[in-house]
Design a protein around this ligand. Structure first.
Ligand code: C2E
Ligand code: MG
Ligand code: MG
Ligand code: MG
Length: 276
């Protein structure tokens, strides 16, 4: 009886997996279609300089509204895109839309001096994908000089020498580089000796824990100190409260981004607050 129960459980599990697998397969297909049809949208989240409160830049974030399932978050479709090697095309689309919208709004170079775009680790470690970004930057020099490419620690981990080379190559076009979600990975601080980064973004887990957790606060303060010492920008991610903002100012954090300062939104809806 016990064995039978177990067998049923396994059988049920198989059906469940099959359904999940089917749904996933459809999602992959739909994602490919959405990228090809340029149905992936972008939103922009503002970044501010804390000392003056002025707007300094915008981060571009991809959005996918599925006909059937509605809004599918990047935490779902970005891993799918990575696994299916769709990231190259996704990045091309994100860059194209961001450049077009920012140029039309005439914000670029006026209110907006920096545009940050996320590059996935999978893409960053692909020779073909990098060649394509290189070609794009070469063809769009006036946009390139406003661009900041955000990579994660994992992108650098695979082959730090190759990563350093890619960063230097792309920087010739005027782009800058940021290490996103800094502090959650396993990177050693030696990364700063090897890779010529311009910015680090402190992961929001530290920012959100820092009021109650003295370790998170010490880590945040330490990252800010390292960035200052290296002469690179430091951005705090995920500020949700006035108290977090006050604490970051107290720690002399240079830049900040988060729901408290501004939610990601389509450019035409983005009530760009020039200063906070
Ligand atoms: P990320 O690059 O670290 O982007 C910041 C994420 O935090 C965004 O989530 C943003 O909406 C969210 N966020 C901003 N402020 C707050 C806050 O105060 N509180 C909280 N809880 N969250 C906040 P989103 O848009 O869901 O994107 C998640 C991740 O997906 C991004 O993390 C990035 O790694 C990836 N992603 C998004 N768009 C793209 C893209 O175009 N290409 C690639 N390769 N990855 C992307
Ligand atoms: Mg980012
Ligand atoms: Mg981040
Ligand atoms: Mg992230």
């Amino acid at each position: 009886n016990e064995a039978k129960k177990h067998k049923n459980a396994v059988a049920y599990h198989d059906i469940y997996l099959t359904e999940e697998a089917k749904k996933r397969q459809n999602l992959v297909y739909d994602l490919r279609q959405a990228i090809d049809d340029k149905q992936i949208d972008i939103v922009f989240q503002p970044q501010y300089r804390l000392s003056s409160g002025e707007l300094t830049g915008l981060e571009v974030l991809a959005r996918w509204t599925h006909d059937q399932y509605g809004n599918i978050p990047p935490s779902v479709f970005i891993p799918l895109a990575e696994e299916q090697h769709f990231c190259e095309d996704l990045t091309a689309l994100v860059l194209e839309k961001a450049a077009k919208q920012l140029n039309e709004s005439q914000l670029l170079g006026n209110m907006v001096k920096r545009v940050s775009v996320n590059i996935s680790a999978v893409e960053f470690n692909s020779v073909d994908a990098i060649a394509r970004i290189d070609t794009y930057l070469q063809a769009n020099p006036e946009f390139a000089r406003y661009l900041c490419l955000e990579i994660t620690e994992t992108a650098a981990l695979d082959d730090i020498i190759e990563c350093a080379r890619v960063v230097d190559t792309l920087k010739r076009h005027g782009v800058t580089f940021s290490i996103d979600d800094f502090g959650v990975g396993y990177t050693s601080l030696g990364i700063f000796n090897r890779i010529n980064v311009d910015e680090i973004k402190i992961d929001r887990s530290f920012i959100q824990a820092m009021e109650k957790d003295h370790r998170a606060k010490a880590i945040t303060a330490g990252i800010i100190g390292i960035a200052k010492g290296l002469g690179i920008h430091v951005v705090a991610e995920g500020i949700e409260t006035r108290a977090q903002l006050a604490l970051l100012k107290q720690l002399d954090c240079e830049y900040a981004q988060g729901f408290y300062l501004g939610h990601p939104a389509p450019l035409e809806q983005l009530a760009i607050v020039q200063s906070v």
